[in-house]
Structures are given as C-alpha cells and as structure tokens.
Design a protein around this ligand. Structure first.
Ligand code: PEP
Length: 253
C-alpha cells in the first residue's frame, strides 16, 4: 500500500491559544490515517501542540533547527532542545530559509546529519525558481541540491529523510505545478536517490509535493505514483482545508 505524509507548514502563524485549539480539533477528527499526518509549527507553539496532539498518532515538529548541539549561537534552537519536547519532524532547507536567512546546502547537510543522529525525521525541501524552470534547468538544479544535501549521509541515514519537492514559483502564489509536472520531478528525485544509494531505498523514500496544494487539487496530485504526500502552507492553517487534504490521502489508500 502506498505510504503518505500530509504535513502542514504553519510558517510564522498562530499564537499559542489558537495553536492549542487547532491541535485539539485535529486530534478530535480521529483520522484513519492519523499516523501519516503532521504539523510543523513555530518553536514557541511546539509544547502546546505536542500536548494537544498527544495520543492522536498525528506527528508534530519544527520548521528549522541549528546543527550544533549547544553554544554561542544567539537566537538559535538546537536538536537536543527539540528532542526534549519530543518532536517527530523538522523541516530543513525550506526555500524561504534559503532565500531570506542564508541557508546553504552545507548548513542543510549539517542539519540533516544532526537530526538523523537524534532520531528526528528531517523533511528536506528542494526546488527550483521560476527563472531556472524557464531555462529548463530544473532537473540539473534539483539534482545538484540533492547531491550536496545528502553528501556524506550513510544509506541508513538517508533512509530516514523525507524529501519535499517545492518549486519556488508555486509556493504561496496560488500557482500549483500540474500533477504531471509534480510527478515528473518527484520521479526524477527518486531516480537521483536511487543513483546515490540504490533503488530499494529510493522506492521506500517518501517524496512529497509542496506548492499551493489545497483541497481542490490534492487528490489529483496525491494519486500520482511518485508523490507520497504534501507539504502544505496556506491550506494547513484552516482545519477544514487541511482535513480535506488528509481525507483525500485516506481515500487513496
Ligand atoms: C510551503 O511553504 O511549504 C508551501 C508549500 O506553501 P503553500 O502551500 O502556501 O504554497
């Protein structure tokens, strides 16, 4: 049976009371596929969301982390700090972090290694800009990101990573990649991972699509063979919108 992960990226949204209420409502949905659902929330809402989801099977996690365990890194949050809260997931290399906060493939690689060592599942984001796609360079670009991001990861470590293909031109723009475009790149990513490791590992890897996924387009995207779910921004902020995407995945089981 195809495995999915439907992951909501709240970005910098929701104060604690709203976050806690959302977690409670999400738990109350009793999704049949709860163990294939997660929310990635601001650091300050992790504890409330973790408590609200406890016992639901739904995962939760952070949107970023520092790769050092501790030290003079003012304003940063370490992997042991996330471990202490009991998070299941952490986004790494989101395009907004690459674009606005100086995230590089080197820091992404270090973060992947630190999270894997701690048993927290990284959700690694890759994806090209509009200019790169218009120049038909998207596969070369994404392959380059993958080679750099997985540099030095053992087969066992690589097998813990979830990849999210997020074309930058589709994030928060309302412009979704067509199911065919998304499938083509997710299949390509699976091939790159197969080349870096082996096909058995690549076949088992969860590869998500992200970029304006919503209730109205989720089923078509999720039905594609190489798309194992979604990383969802805007549509993850409203319980009904997010639940509809979770239900779309459940119906494809
Ligand atoms: C995201 O930022 O991960 C994302 C996919 O956002 P949106 O769904 O709003 O395009």
């Amino acid at each position: 049976m195809k495995k999915f992960l439907i992951a909501g990226n709240w970005k910098m949204n929701k104060l604690t009371a709203e976050a806690a209420a959302f977690a409670k409502e999400l738990k109350a949905k009793n999704f049949s596929n709860a163990d294939e659902v997660a929310v990635l929330v601001p650091f300050t809402q992790l504890t409330a969301v973790g408590e609200g989801l406890a016992g639901s099977g739904i995962g939760f996690g952070a949107q970023n982390v520092h790769f050092e365990k501790s030290g003079a890194f003012t304003g940063e949050i370490s992997v042991p700090m996330l471990e202490e809260i009991g998070v299941n997931y952490c986004i790494v290399g989101h395009s907004e972090r690459r674009e606005y906060f100086g995230e590089t493939d080197e820091t992404v690689n270090a973060k992947l290694k630190a999270l894997i060592e701690a048993g927290i599942t990284p959700i690694l984001c890759v994806g090209e800009s509009l200019a790169v796609r218009e120049a038909q360079g998207e596969q070369t670009f994404v392959a380059g990101q993958l080679v750099a991001d997985f540099n030095g990861l053992t087969r066992e470590g690589a097998g813990k990573v979830v990849i999210a293909y997020e074309p930058i031109w589709a994030i928060g723009t309302g412009k979704t990649a067509t199911p065919e475009q998304a499938e083509e790149m997710c299949a390509f990513i699976r091939g790159v991972i197969g080349g870096l490791y082996d096909n058995d590992l690549a076949d088992k890897m969860l590869i998500l699509y992200g970029g304006s996924m919503k209730a109205s387009n989720a089923a078509d995207l999720l039905a594609k063979p190489d798309i194992n779910g979604g990383l969802i921004g805007g549509a993850s902020l409203k319980i009904d919108d997010f639940s509809a995407i979770v239900d779309a995945a459940a119906q494809l089981k």
